[in-house]
Design a protein around this ligand. Structure first.
Ligand SMILES: C[S@@+](CC[C@H](N)C(=O)[O-])C[C@H]1O[C@@H](n2cnc3c(N)ncnc32)[C@H](O)[C@@H]1O
Length: 271
């Protein structure tokens, strides 16, 4: 397969994400349910999405690490969601969810549509053949998420981030892996960024960005395997940014958001 960048993300990255997450949906779903770090994330994200009317979940992959019953309606987007058989859709997707096949780098959705946009463990999957173009992909995904947010809406990113010293090793590793073995144990090649890089990028869009380091449990997933947390310097971070008209509005919305506003409307959408 051609490894030239395709819409920013390399074709190999697109293909390996599709094949890996299609084949491992049930396994990945169970790991997210069982591993302590993801249970902490579940609680955190559930609190954040509670009361949201229209949620867009980008890079959803059939895995909802949050309580979907607390959201009005969910639009789930991923590279392969149009390829799932009906029984798989019925098993893994809630009733209030609409499935869309598409890319985070060119969202097939109109401007200003969603109250909240969510990206959980997506950014490090948007790889190209070198770190700079992978970072360009991450920035493009943020632009796209921002575009489809309503004014007053919130972008919530939960992402695995690494310290700067580790990022220095990851950069050449990505370059080598993307030219040689192309996937790690069939898992797509990934590139985790330092949290401060993502925060600084969001601060170009709004001056109200909240960054939270989420404590790891005893285990995490690395390349699809459950590994003891102490073996990796990667840490989960949450970034929350509000698209707003004035600073005064943003301040009041942050406090309103964390105290879980009531659901504005509940709509059932067929999967
Ligand atoms: C680690 S999984 C995260 C799944 C889920 N969000 C969760 O909470 O566990 C990464 C997901 O990103 C998806 N992905 C990779 N590149 C993408 C792209 N360009 N657009 C949309 N989704 C993408 C993969 O297919 C995969 O489902």
């Amino acid at each position: 397969m051609n490894n030239e960048p395709h819409n920013g993300q390399s074709e190999v990255s697109v293909a390996s994400n599709v094949s890996y997450f299609l084949e491992h949906l049930s396994e990945y779903h169970d790991s997210v349910r069982d591993i302590d770090t993801y249970k902490t994330l579940h609680q955190f994200i559930s609190n954040e999405v509670a009361g949201v009317s229209e949620l867009l979940d980008i890079g959803n992959g059939g895995v909802f690490d949050y309580d979907t019953s607390r959201v009005g309606s969910i639009t789930a987007i991923d590279l392969f969601l149009g390829e799932l058989p009906p029984d798989v859709v019925a098993k893994y997707f809630p009733q209030n969810c609409r499935l869309i096949q598409g890319s985070a780098l060119a969202l097939p959705e109109g401007d200003g549509k969603f109250d909240m946009v969510l990206m959980v463990m997506l950014i490090h999957h948007l790889t190209s053949t070198d770190w700079r173009s992978s970072w360009d992909n991450a920035r493009l995904a943020l632009d796209e998420a921002w575009r489809v947010l309503k004014p007053g809406g919130r972008l919530l990113i939960v992402e695995s981030c690494v310290p700067w010293w580790f990022f220095r090793f990851e950069k050449p590793a990505l370059w080598l892996l993307s030219r040689s073995i192309k996937s790690v144990f069939s898992h797509p090649v990934t590139l985790q960024f330092p949290a401060s890089m993502i925060k600084a990028e969001l601060e170009k869009k709004t001056d109200k960005v909240k960054m939270t380091e989420i404590p790891k449990g005893k285990f995490v997933l690395q390349f699809g395997f459950k590994v003891p947390s102490f073996l990796t310097p990667a840490m989960p971070f949450a970034f929350e940014a509000i698209k707003f008209a004035s600073n005064a509005v943003a301040t009041s919305q942050f406090s309103a958001a964390s105290s879980a506003p009531p659901v504005q409307s509940r709509r059932r959408v067929r999967c």
